[in-house]
Design a protein around this ligand. Structure first.
Ligand code: HEM
Length: 149
């Protein structure tokens, strides 16, 4: 009888463990899309041993950051061209676009998750491009180049 009970107990525990492993394997199979919150709640940001902060963003938020980055890069290319061609209208338009960014509502959720220095870096870059836009019509090209740099 004891042997039967033991066998049943081992069987039940084995079945539960099997389900658990299968669940983890299934959630892990979508690891590029699945958020860390599926297995356990994660902090918004945690510090690694090397001092860097890991920030947890959703796939949509990460894609938004990358789109903004590509927009920065393309904006720099266009602004650089506008400066070389002394095209003040193009410089003004491009610097204004960079200073604004794609905006809300996803930008707001990202700002809530990232640490303050990240927000400050973003604001500084956008502010500097706003200043470049303000100068674009009047300032000597040398001053525009300095602001651009
Ligand atoms: C003119 C200024 C900037 C340029 C030209 C630029 C450009 C780029 C480029 C080309 C990438 C790679 C994008 C990709 O993998 O598709 C990138 C990634 C990134 N940039 Fe910027 N960036 C600028 C400013 C900033 C600022 C101000 C911040 C933070 C406040 C920032 C944070 C990041 C982060 C976190 C990534 C990694 C994104 C990811 O792989 O998930 N960048 N940037």
């Amino acid at each position: 009888m004891a042997t039967l009970t033991q066998t049943l107990a081992v069987g039940v525990i084995g079945a539960l463990a099997g389900c658990g492993i299968t669940y983890l394997a299934m959630t892990g199979a979508h690891s590029t899309k699945a958020e860390p919150t599926i297995i356990a709640p994660q902090p918004m940001a945690e510090r690694a041993e090397d001092g860097r902060l890991a920030v947890y963003l959703t796939a949509e938020e990460r894609a938004h950051v990358r789109e903004e980055m590509i927009a920065f890069l393309q904006g720099l290319q266009t602004a650089s061209y506008a400066l070389a061609d002394s095209d003040r209208d193009l410089l003004l338009e491009t610097a204004q676009d960079i200073s604004k960014g794609a905006g809300e509502p996803i930008g707001r959720t990202i700002r809530q998750k990232v640490p303050a220095p990240f927000r400050e870096m973003s604001q500084t870059v956008r502010h500097e491009f706003g200043a470049l836009a303000d100068m674009a019509n009047e300032a000597p090209v040398g001053n525009l180049q300095l602001q651009f740099s």
